[in-house]
Design a protein around this ligand. Structure first.
Ligand code: SF4
Length: 264
């Protein structure tokens, strides 16, 4: 794999009409299902879509596997992560280790300064613990809005979603037209079990967040993530003070469904 730092990516393409983007996504969904490796799937994604293809990584196990496949494929993919300002130190260590291993630049997308200052002035530095509304407002400013900014103009959005991760993700397609973002949303590991994922990571000696070895299967912001106990759900440590239902940050709403524009 190349160790040259790549920071330039394909320019934003002219937006596809929803009908064309939907038919492109459906054809790609069928094609990806027939390919065996994530490297082949990344190459097929790159070949099928014009313009910038973005990969939003949270540096979790799935995303590290996708990053490995991107590097292995040599495909031109814009890799970025959302720097919420509340991450664990180990997450930044994972970014640095990944850049050194793969020669890829992982862009850090920051929240809007003014929005962040107004949020903290209103809710306080730990306001997300006081109500679900405040927690969602924090995720909105620190994650959702920066994500929308980073995806604007992209033709494709690669994620590390897997169907087995949660009930809400049970129907995640390999490729679907995301009408809200105006692009094709891609999940090249959609059909992977956690065992397949762990085998792939071990076989390729992929750099992973050191917290995984300390009971953190799912890692988000430091104040909103705790270790899980044996037998607990892998996402039990995320926003653990809330009920188990619907614990998403808003980045993957309707993750398991085709968007309204693509339903017959
Ligand atoms: S995970 Fe917690 S700290 Fe991070 S953006 Fe959401 S509420 Fe804020």
């Amino acid at each position: 794999m190349s160790r040259d730092i790549k920071i330039h990516h394909a320019p934003d393409a002219t937006a596809l009409t929803p009908d064309i983007a939907d038919s492109t996504a459906r054809a790609l969904d069928a094609e990806l299902a027939g390919l065996a490796t994530p490297t082949e799937r990344i190459r097929a994604i790159r070949a099928a879509l014009d313009g910038r293809i973005a990969f939003s990584t949270s540096l979790g196990l799935e995303d590290q596997a996708v990053l490995h496949a991107i590097a292995d494929s040599s495909a031109d993919i814009d890799v970025f992560t959302l720097d919420t300002g509340r991450h664990f130190e180990e997450t930044f260590d994972t970014i640095a280790a990944s850049e050194a291993r793969y020669g890829l630049k992982i862009r850090l997308i920051a929240p809007d300064t003014g929005e962040l200052e107004r949020l903290v002035a209103r809710d306080g530095v730990l306001g997300f613990r006081t109500s679900i509304e405040s927690r969602k407002a924090c995720c909105d400013v620190r994650k959702v809005r920066p994500l929308q900014r980073a995806l604007a103009g992209a033709g494709g959005w690669i994620t590390g979603l897997r169907r087995a991760q949660s009930n809400g993700r049970a129907d995640v397609p390999f490729a679907t037209y995301d009408a809200a973002q105006g692009l094709v949303k891609l999940s090249p590991l959609a059909d992977w079990s956690v065992e397949t994922l762990e085998r792939y990571v071990a076989a390729h000696d992929i750099p992973v967040n050191a917290l995984h070895a300390h009971g953190f299967p799912s890692i988000g912001c430091q104040p909103c993530t705790r270790a899980v106990r044996p037998g607990e759900d892998i996402r039990a440590g995320r926003w653990w003070w809330e009920s188990a239902d619907g614990k998403e940050c808003g980045l993957h709403t309707n993750a398991g469904q085709r968007s309204a524009a693509t339903r017959a």
